[in-house]
Design a protein around this ligand. Structure first.
Ligand SMILES: Cc1cc2nc3c(=O)[nH]c(=O)nc-3n(C[C@H](O)[C@H](O)[C@H](O)COP(=O)(O)OP(=O)(O)OC[C@H]3O[C@@H](n4cnc5c(N)ncnc54)[C@H](O)[C@@H]3O)c2cc1C
Length: 399
């Protein structure tokens, strides 16, 4: 069947990379990109780093400019898809109009989770999009103390950036160690040491009891009875996939758009990026990944799946994420769990430059590089090749 019109809902990283892949694969038909944000696609990682620091502007993080006659791509920006009928292949948009399609890419990503029960106070921010980052950046200009709730990647990046801007920074984390889900306890503690060395007040193992202030935030009350003064609070406690608009669509929604291992959610409908929960052929488990590289690689695969059908094959992906925090450029491939075998090589944590391999059940399962970009990529390949733990350790030791 020929696909005359392909709709792409969500015009950010995954949506854009899918569109580019469609054209690369020779698809010459109509593409309609529908995006809730009123701007052309831009890159989110700098929002917590160079953009928040004031070093980069919106122009610098643009992923693509609207060039008018854009290879037959129609950019319907500032428009939200409100509903999908998967069987009828029809989208309903916010103004009530409909769009019939022959193929659909769902790339609606995720949004930052609000702190449960948080009062509506000035000075409190979430960070997911350009508008959030602009508002936060402006607020930081007049701030002297910042409190960050959540020591995951976004929280720790925001904390490091604020500290580099010369602000007093506190981070409150309910778990005992920062970044524990990505790095495990040992490396999380190492990062905690780096943050404390930079003067960040890192408080782990304690929850936030409430927000202080009347009309405008003045601090946080913690579960241990202590308080933190702050004129800006940033909440970084994770994201929720944007799937509400798909209720009643006929697709299976369960913590994301449930897809098979080829990224197909239904006939002529694929999903990619932060919103997609695909059957990971490596683990046999439905998995949703919230990282940049997955959005890029999965959307390219999803585009091929849409054009070529099941023979596009399964999407095989070894997770990869980077995070910049102070002088650390942390890169993670695969998966790290507490209790895994662990081997440090090619330097040391004390030097701030090394590669750490992680293994389970005789296999290499994860790797973390600190200023070891090239070797980390090699280890990402080794994870994908199901390398044994012994071979990985030998490689790390240079045997
Ligand atoms: C501040 C920040 C820093 C980050 N840093 C890193 C990093 O260092 N390394 C890393 O690997 N990853 C990082 N990430 C994660 C990475 O940016 C995401 O994984 C990536 O953006 C996912 O792309 P996506 O296109 O799937 O989803 P998104 O980027 O979330 O885009 C989804 C788009 O769909 C739109 N949309 C939603 N619902 C609808 C609808 N119903 N109709 C129309 N449009 C809709 C949204 O408005 C949005 O524009 C960071 C993310 C943030 C927010």
């Amino acid at each position: 069947m020929s696909l005359e019109t392909i709709a792409v809902v969500g015009s950010s990283l995954a949506g854009l990379r899918a569109i580019e892949a469609l054209r690369r694969e020779g698809y010459g038909g109509r593409i309609v990109a529908i995006g809730e944000e009123p701007v052309m696609p831009y890159d989110r990682p700098p929002l917590s780093k160079q953009f928040l620091k004031g070093e980069w502007d919106a122009e610098k993080i643009a992923l693509r400019h609207d060039v008018g006659d854009d290879e037959g791509i129609e950019w319907w920006l500032g428009r939200k898809a409100e509903a999908l009928d998967a069987k009828a292949k029809r989208l309903t948009l916010d103004a009530g109009e409909t769009l019939d399609f022959d193929g659909l890419v769902i790339a609606t990503g995720a949004r930052a989770r609000a702190f449960p029960g948080a009062p509506d106070l000035d000075g409190c921010f979430l960070l997911r999009n350009l508008a959030d980052a602009e508002a936060l950046r402006t607020a930081l200009d007049d701030a002297s103390r910042v409190a960050v709730i959540g020591a995951g990647f976004i929280g720790m990046e925001v904390a490091a950036t604020c500290r580099e801007r010369g602000l007093e920074v506190s981070v409150v984390e309910f778990l005992e160690t920062p970044l524990v889900r990505g790095l495990g306890t040992k490396l999380g503690e190492y990062v905690a040491g780096v943050f404390r060395g930079h003067g960040v007040d890192l408080r782990c193992g304690v929850g936030v009891e409430g927000f202080l202030g009347d009309g405008r935030v003045s601090g946080l009350a913690l579960a241990d009875g202590s308080q933190i003064e702050a004129d800006v609070v940033v909440v970084g406690i994770g994201v929720t996939p944007n799937t509400e608009w798909l209720e009643g669509s006929g697709l299976e929604i369960d913590n994301g758009v449930v897809c098979d291992e080829t990224c197909a959610a239904a006939q002529d409908i694929v999903a990619a990026g932060d919103v997609a929960r695909w059957l990971d052929p490596r683990s046999g488990v439905h998995t949703r990944v919230e990282h940049w590289t997955n959005a890029v690689e999965q959307s390219v695969h999803a585009a091929k799946r849409l054009l070529h059908g099941p023979e596009a094959g399964p999407f095989v992906h070894v997770p990869y994420v980077w995070s910049d925090q102070f002088e650390l450029r942390i890169q993670i491939a695969g998966e790290v769990r507490d209790g895994d075998e662990m081997e440090v090589g090619l330097g040391s944590l004390e030097e701030g430059r090394c590669l750490v391999a992680f293994g389970r059940e005789g296999k290499l399962t994860g790797a973390v590089g600190i200023k070891r970009a090239r070797q980390l990529n090699e280890f990402r390949d080794l994870i994908g090749e199901d390398t044994s733990w012994d071979d990985a350790v030998a490689k790390l030791r240079g045997d």
